[in-house]
Ligand binder design. Structure first.
Ligand SMILES: [Zn+2]
Length: 317
């Protein structure tokens, strides 16, 4: 038998780093008890340790044997590379200089390096087993559900039922969820319709897609792709008379000190935004393309987007 060290003193811990623990006891029992989940969790733990910048790994026995010196005691007989004693808990060390590995029994690791893998290994093993146990229980529970529900889990059955109910509600012209749940589509504010369309574009679900389809004939203007604002004012002077073609991009009114004010917003193909505020509503529909004659009043900014304010708009087409 080839001795790894002439004496215990030959093992200079400065040259070796602790790479992980190894447990001989119970590993095959654990595998029988938790199946592949035990290895899955060992792997997950290893990744966690790596993420935390620790090199601890829970070595599988064969893995440690493959790493260790093929002529060493661990590789040949599964005993401590240092003293040849059998052990249940061990520590795997990696040589910082040549990258070779040694597997020491726990007591040797403690005596030679002041380091015991056992406590850490025990703690980690408990965590691993607990996680594997939870996974196994979840797995068995899902299997049971699938067997009972013709291949679907309870959650999937519930989701299908919910979806069917929601689509039924949509087919009756009402919102199936959210702050306007149960209300008729027509009663919802445009901002809410816009939000639904945006959400469906970004994260479509079967129900949302169905909802958007149902909203389209009711709010056709919400589906128009307006030009993007270019952030610029119209290049002209205040007081100048202008003629322009633009989309009506928004229309609303608000109550102020002097009564009701109607606001109409236009956007040009080139992206400039024009705004009219008045006491009388300007006759047009959102989404319409209009031709207008107006006077430039002033230039302003709203929500960090520049806009050109107009007065006395007159529709030409
Ligand atoms: Zn030993």
């Amino acid at each position: 038998m080839k001795a790894q060290f002439a004496s215990k003193n030959d093992f200079n811990p400065d040259n070796w780093e602790f790479a992980g623990g190894i447990q001989h006891q119970n590993v095959s029992e654990d595998f029988q008890e938790y199946g592949e989940f035990i290895f899955e969790e060992m792997e997950a733990m290893f990744l966690q340790e790596q993420a935390a910048n620790r090199s601890f790994k829970f070595f599988k026995i064969q893995e440690a044997k493959d790493l260790a010196d093929p002529e060493g005691r661990y590789s040949l007989r599964g005993t401590c590379d240092h003293c040849g004693h059998a052990f249940n808990y061990g520590a795997v060390f990696k040589n910082k200089l040549d990258g070779k590995h040694l597997v020491l029994g726990n007591m040797c690791a403690l005596n030679n390096c002041g380091l015991t893998g056992q406590q850490y290994t025990d703690k980690k093993m408990r965590e691993i087993k607990k996680a594997a146990e939870t996974k196994l229980a979840n797995h068995l529970e899902l299997e049971r559900q699938r067997a009972a529900n013709g291949g679907l889990t309870d959650a999937e059955v519930k989701q299908q039922k919910e979806e069917a109910e929601q689509i039924f509600t949509i087919s009756h012209g009402r919102f199936p969820f959210g702050k306007h749940a149960g209300e008729a589509f027509e009663e919802a504010p445009r901002t809410y319709i816009d939000w639904i369309i945006k959400t469906e574009r970004e994260k479509p679900t079967a129900v949302l897609t169905e909802l958007v389809k149902a909203l389209k004939p009711i709010f056709p203007e919400a589906f128009i792709d307006f030009p993007l604002p270019n952030g610029q004012c119209l290049k002209c002077e205040a007081g100048e008379k202008i003629e322009f073609e633009a989309f009506v991009s928004d229309k609303f009114s608000f109550e102020g000190h002097f009564g009701s004010t109607d606001v109409t917003k236009f956007i040009l193909e080139t992206g400039e935004i024009l705004v009219h505020k008045g006491t009388r509503s300007f006759s047009c529909e959102v989404g319409e393309k209009v031709k207008i004659k107006a006077t430039v009043k002033e230039f302003s900014e709203y929500n960090e987007i520049k806009q050109t304010m107009i007065i006395r708009p007159k529709r030409l087409a």
